[in-house]
Structure formats: structure tokens, C-alpha cells
Design a protein around this ligand. Structure first.
Ligand SMILES: Nc1ncnc2c1ncn2[C@@H]1O[C@H](COP(=O)(O)OP(=O)(O)OP(=O)(O)O)[C@@H](O)[C@H]1O
Ligand SMILES: [Mg+2]
Length: 232
């Protein structure tokens, strides 16, 4: 479904990704793992067309995205929950959610309008509250809700449990699993919480210095691999 071939990405003249090959089938869940600064967020930015310069190929459902501007990649069905959430603090919850709807194509693809409030009822309750006045966990729910309102085929989630109070972490993890297991949305997750990554994922990749250094079905993620490539 999403296929990436020989992806390279640059910040100015500095190469942050090289030779990345990835493939994820429709409805599957992939974890992207690795220490700080290895290029996980950069991989997402490259998929979305947010880098200065990229090389290689990115295709979604067989259609090439790599020459498209970011808004067209969103139209094509890529939803994004950025690291740090990217909520607009002076916009209300309603306005932040509306930002997601701007990325729709209106081509009659599946919509998740009701699902957003079903999985995150607090968002309905706080529709008129400013985004910046929500707790970290509520902001994360808002960021996921905003991504859902783009009517995505795939969602890229960058560390959605980072810095969130433990009681809300569980709700967020549950919601992410529901999106995948019940609603069939394909997910790529960057996550430091290995237990969650193991529970949720079908497959994994581990990155180091802008490359993929290990990958496979999640069952093959051994303690040995984790010790070698991760801060655990
Ligand atoms: N805006 C930028 N300009 C220049 N270099 C950058 C920029 N953002 C990231 N980098 C560099 O690119 C490399 C990959 O960074 P990236 O943010 O993708 O890592 P990450 O794996 O997401 O890390 P973390 O786990 O801390 O979020 C790092 O060496 C980082 O210093
Ligand atoms: Mg990152």
C-alpha cells in the first residue's frame, strides 16, 4: 500500500536519510524504532514532503507521491500526528479539528466524523475551549482527531505517548489500536514505549543514522536487537 524506495532526505546540504526502503500493506501496523536523532521524525517529514530536498520514490496504492506538494499527499490519504502534537494554541478545539477537514478531497472516501467524538468524548465537551488550555493528553487526542478528520487511509503517528500522564496514555493507546484493528486504518507509529509497540504492531523497523538497520515481523524483535540499537 505505502511503498518507499531508496528514500533520501536533506536538511540543507546535510543528508538525514539514506537508502530507506519500506513497505506496509493496507490495514497493517508498523512501528518505527530507534534512539534519539536517528531520523524517525525526518522519515515522516519526507513522506509528507516537508523536507528541503528528497530523493527516491514514495507510492501510496501505486500512485507516486514523491513529486507532489504536501497538501496533495494529504488529499491522497496520508494523515499526520506530529511529534509534539502541533496544536494551534489560540484556536479552539473546534477550529483545530476544522483544520483537518481542509485536507479532505471530498471524493466520497470514508469519513470518521462521528468516530472522533466516539473515541475521544472529551473533545466534544471542550469544543469551544482553546487548544492551548487543554492538558497534554487532551492535546494529543485533539491531534489524532484532527488527523482522522482528513479521512486518511494511513496515519503517521510520531511519539503519541511522549510526555503524557499515564492515565491518558492508556486511552490513547487503546484509541490507536481501535483505529487500526476495528476501522482498518493503516498505521505507522514512532514509539519509545516498546511494550505498546509490541502489542500494537505487525512489523517493525529500527533506524540508526538515517538508515534502516533491522526490520521484520514484530515477533522477531528480540531483546538482543533492542539492546543493540536502542536505549533499553
Ligand atoms: N530542522 C533541522 N535542521 C537540521 N538538522 C535537523 C533538523 N531536524 C533534525 N535534524 C537532524 O536530523 C537528524 C534526525 O533527526 P530526527 O528529528 O528525524 O530524529 P528522531 O529519530 O525523530 O529523534 P527523536 O527520537 O529525538 O525525536 C538528527 O541528527 C537531527 O539533529
Ligand atoms: Mg522525532
Amino acid at each position: 500500500m505505502l511503498e518507499i524506495k531508496n528514500l533520501e532526505a536533506y536538511y540543507g546540504n546535510s543528508r538525514a536519510l539514506q537508502g530507506i526502503n519500506l513497505k506496509i500493506e493496507t490495514g497493517k501496523f508498523m512501528a518505527v524504532l530507534g534512539r534519539n536523532g536517528v531520523g524517525k521524525t525526518t522519515l515522516f517529514k519526507a513522506i509528507l514532503g516537508l523536507m528541503d530536498r528528497c530523493g527516491g520514490e514514495i507510492a501510496l496504492g501505486g500512485d507516486r507521491l514523491d513529486q507532489m506538494p504536501t497538501y496533495k499527499r494529504a488529499h491522497a490519504g496520508i494523515g499526520y500526528v506530529p511529534q509534539g502534537r502541533g496544536i494551534i494554541p489560540t484556536f479552539t478545539v473546534r477550529e483545530n479539528l476544522k483544520m483537518g477537514t481542509f485536507a479532505r478531497t471530498g471524493n466520497g472516501s470514508k469519513t470518521y466524523d462521528d468516530l472522533v467524538f466516539e473515541i475521544f468524548p472529551v473533545l466534544r465537551e471542550f469544543l469551544d475551549r482553546q487548544g492551548g488550555n487543554l492538558s497534554g493528553g487532551q492535546q494529543q487526542q485533539l491531534a489524532i482527531g484532527r488527523a482522522l478528520l482528513t479521512n486518511p487511509k494511513i496515519i503517521l503517528l510520531d511519539e503519541p505517548t511522549e510526555g503524557i500522564q499515564p492515565n491518558i496514555v492508556e486511552q490513547i493507546e487503546q484509541a490507536i489500536m481501535t483505529l487500526n484493528k476495528v476501522h482498518g486504518i493503516t498505521i505507522i507509529l514512532v514509539e519509545q514505549d516498546i511494550d505498546f509497540a509490541r502489542r500494537a504492531s505487525d512489523s517493525f523497523v529500527i533506524m540508526e543514522k538515517g538508515r534502516v538497520v533491522a526490520e521484520g515481523p514484530i515477533k522477531s524483535l528480540t531483546d538482543n536487537l533492542m539492546h543493540k540499537h536502542m536505549a533499553v
